[in-house]
Design a protein around this ligand. Sequence first.
Ligand SMILES: *Cc1c(COP(=O)(O)O)cnc(C)c1O
Length: 402
Amino acid sequence: MSAPALIRQQPDTDLGAAAAVLSVDLAAVAANCRLLAARAAGELMAVVKADGFGHGAAAVARTALDNGATWLGVTALSEGLALREAGLPAPLLSWLNPLGADFAAAVQAGIDLAVPSIAHLDAIAGAYPDRPARVHLHLDTGLARDGAPPEEWAALCRSARLAEARGQLRVVGVMGHLARSDEPGHPANAAGRAAFDRGLRIARALGLRPVHRHLAATAATLADPLAHHTMVRVGAGLVGIDPSGSTTLHPAMTLTAPVVSVRRVAAGTGVGYGHTWVAPQPTTLALLPVGYADGLPRVASGRAEVLLAGRRCPVVGRISMDQVVVDVGPDRTVAVGETATVLGTGAGGAPTAAEWAAWSQTLEHEVVTGLGSAPARVLRRTTPPTTAPSPAASPTSPRSTR
Ligand SMILES: *Cc1c(COP(=O)(O)O)cnc(C)c1O
């Protein structure tokens, strides 16, 4: 993969090297998107919620659109409006908003809205009198979370049809979501698909003609072709995460940190708060200026490792708010200023997001969004070098900072 195309860095200090750097390889995103778009039966919506899973929403969106995606998807309307402000005119769906959201602004900005209830329908219908809202009715297909419960679906469809007849909105889509698509073959997936099919039949019978019908996220895109319909909604896969475990994708995020100090300690030396680790022998410790405020899960204390001077080194003692101590080992040392890779893409032996997730008993999703959303530390943003992220990239493609 090419040089990191999006970089974010802790503030420069007098010791200019004392900065952690979070970088995102947009060429990896591009490759993932091409693979996923080739697997999809229909269109691909690039889901860039949570700041593109911590990778930078606008940069990931641009890269995806240059590599086979035709739609963008976000949770909150504010995220969609930010993408419009970043100069992205692509079809865009926002699917989770409170009733008081500025739906007029959404329609004005050409943002499609998901509708999970009649109350939402009423709030959206005619919100912007100049133009009918474009909506995707959202059916709960098995999570009991967002989306209309099946028993309310027919009434929602009927109300939507009436609002269409009044010219207040157009039902352009129907969406559902699967609860267990990361367990391909689980009966809940067949049940979710069947619930979606029933919902579509009801919508059609009540006079609706939704052109965009979408149920699958990353896992079902890769492992459940029956769920594809006219479009898939892919988030995790773009940044290299395959919840279905079926396909090798390219992780895109790297976090490096320079060694800020090195010390030799005697056997019996306690390290960090609570002395949860005590040196069993004389050894060399290195200090890195990253911690849980940067998104490193503190619960990984005692298990995590970093790559330093070509070797895996354990993080010892508790992960602190903004620093960690690494055991370099008894018979070697490292130089101040040397760079440790705290999280890498899998190349070169650095720990991956999947390893950090295992150390923290969580998902890769949470690791990368945690690292990517540590705004307190984002005091400087650098414009990356203008390396083309992919052969398919357009001249306007991803080099923006966020
Ligand atoms: C997050 C989300 C997606 C994308 O899921 P991935 O598994 O990250 O691809 C799709 N649809 C909905 C409703 C979501 O909330």
